[in-house]
Design a protein around this ligand. Structure first.
Ligand SMILES: [Mg+2]
Ligand SMILES: [Zn+2]
Length: 225
């Protein structure tokens, strides 16, 4: 019997999930002399939206397009993600990236690893000299607390009978996990899932994700079709 896993949609966070570092956090922390940490902690406490958080972080730093390009290209992904992309292709699972970060570095890092075919949905950025001007093309469609609400994309991308697998590491993923059928979580997202009593598979990197898919998730998904 042929696997029916074309019925599955896999959505993956970018910063700290696909990449080894949280690229956005590293960028803003290192260039703002850690001033961005205060803004981020306000967001984590729910005092400001991630849109406002990103706007304020951008105001704290100066960087040219070329410098940001060099910074982005110095960043590495978890290379097990490449095997995971192959697994998704083999099993004919739809794969997309959802990020509340900025398109400019995401695009460069994906291209560096020849992953530019994977669709991604994020905030965008415009350069004005040494200033970054963030833009939020999906803000109005979301929950109001996210710059780019992942729940909106999950609902928008999901086919009528598709099951959704969500993989992430942080609080920008929390709107999505409540809607997903299967969640992979680490770090702050893991803590959030525990608090909210959302079932999740724990992972450290994509080797763990692949092994859960191979050992039970694919079987489980096939049987449930
Ligand atoms: Mg993340
Ligand atoms: Zn949201």
């Amino acid at each position: 019997m042929k696997p029916k896993s074309e019925n599955y949609l896999v959505l993956v966070d970018f910063d700290g999930t696909i990449t080894q570092n949280d690229v956005g956090a590293l960028l803003f922390n290192s260039l703002s002399g850690e001033k961005s940490k205060r803004v981020v902690s306000q967001w984590m406490k729910g005092e400001i939206s991630s849109k406002e958080c990103l706007e304020r972080e951008c105001e704290l730093i100066e960087i040219t397009k070329k410098e940001l390009k060099n910074f982005a290209l110095s960043q590495k992904i978890d290379e097990n993600f490449l095997d995971f992309v192959d697994l998704c292709k083999r099993e004919r699972m739809d794969l997309a990236i959802l990020s509340d970060g900025l398109d400019y570095y995401i695009k460069l890092i994906l291209k560096k690893y020849h992953l530019e075919d994977i669709p991604f949905y994020s905030n965008t950025v415009r350069f004005q000299g040494r200033r970054l001007i963030p833009q939020f093309p999906y803000y109005d469609k979301g929950c109001g607390n996210c710059g780019n609400c992942k729940k909106y994309h999950l609902k928008n991308l999901r086919g009528a009978k598709q099951k959704v697998v969500y993989i992430g590491d942080g609080l920008s993923d929390k709107c999505a996990v409540a809607e997903a059928d299967f969640v992979f979580a680490k770090n702050d997202l893991k803590t959030f899932c525990q608090k909210e009593k959302i079932d999740y598979f724990e992972f450290k990197d994509f080797r763990d994700v692949i092994s859960v898919f191979q050992s039970n998730l694919l079987e489980h998904l096939r049987k449930s079709c």
